[in-house]
Ligand binder design. Structure first.
Ligand code: TYD
Length: 211
């Protein structure tokens, strides 16, 4: 298959929705079948500095932190990271990013305290296009997500410890964002086997890349 254009594809969803597993499976499939030029990355993170900021956001901020501190750290990480993404896109890479702007909208605006106009303004400073080319929203009931998080057995961070009620609000926020951006976001249910979900994602991404 002759794919040689760059594309910026993001993956979104609640904790435990299976994003990280599915994005890794997709990256190795695309590398093998389509192009070696696949760049797998994540937010917050993706560069040395942005990964340090990620650790601050995830491990050091807490419920008492000023929401603006979190917002500025997330955008500081994104400013660094987006330079790298832009470079990769210019070189013809397909960039697969685990979380991006829709997470900021879901967590900091819809279920947080930050007005939309501030997020839009900061985003505009970083990326004039504002939006990824394609977004896969992995949807899962929070009860199932919570069980998966607990089963993972890794040290839980403050986001992993969110209640099912809060996760449900975040899920609803993502679904609202989906409804407002149906031209860009594709909803994929993660209520199937890992393989079936991966096949659905592959079909969607290949269709987009071959357009
Ligand atoms: P994630 O990488 O999914 O964590 P994990 O390694 O546990 O799967 O996400 C890190 C957390 O960062 C996630 O809970 C949501 C949060 N986040 C925001 O609040 N706003 C943002 O803009 C981004 C990108 C992430």
């Amino acid at each position: 298959m002759g794919v040689n254009k760059g594309a910026f594809i993001t993956f979104e969803g609640i904790e435990g929705s299976g994003k990280s597993t599915q994005i890794k499976l997709l990256a190795s499939y695309l590398k093998k079948e389509i192009s070696k030029k696949i760049f797998l990355t994540r937010e917050p993170g993706g560069t040395v500095i942005s990964e340090k900021i990620r650790s601050l956001v995830i491990n050091h901020l807490n419920q008492k932190s000023n929401p603006l501190t979190e917002l500025f750290l997330l955008f500081a990480a994104r400013a660094e990271h987006f330079d790298l993404i832009k470079q990769k896109l210019k070189e013809g890479y397909i960039v697969l990013c685990d979380r991006y702007l829709d997470s900021t909208l879901a967590y900091q605006h819809y279920t947080g305290s930050i007005p939309l106009k501030y997020i839009n303004y900061l985003q505009l400073l970083i990326d004039k296009n504002q939006k990824p080319n394609l977004t896969i929203l992995l949807d899962l009931h929070p009860n199932v997500g919570k069980k998966r998080i607990i089963r993972r057995n890794k040290k839980l961070d403050r986001f992993d410890r969110e209640s099912v009620e809060k996760m449900n609000l975040i899920r609803k926020a993502f679904l609202k964002i989906y409804k407002l951006n149906k031209n860009r976001i594709i909803l994929v249910s993660n209520n199937l086997s890992k393989k079936e979900v991966q096949n659905n994602i592959r079909t969607i991404v290949l269709k987009y890349l071959n357009k």
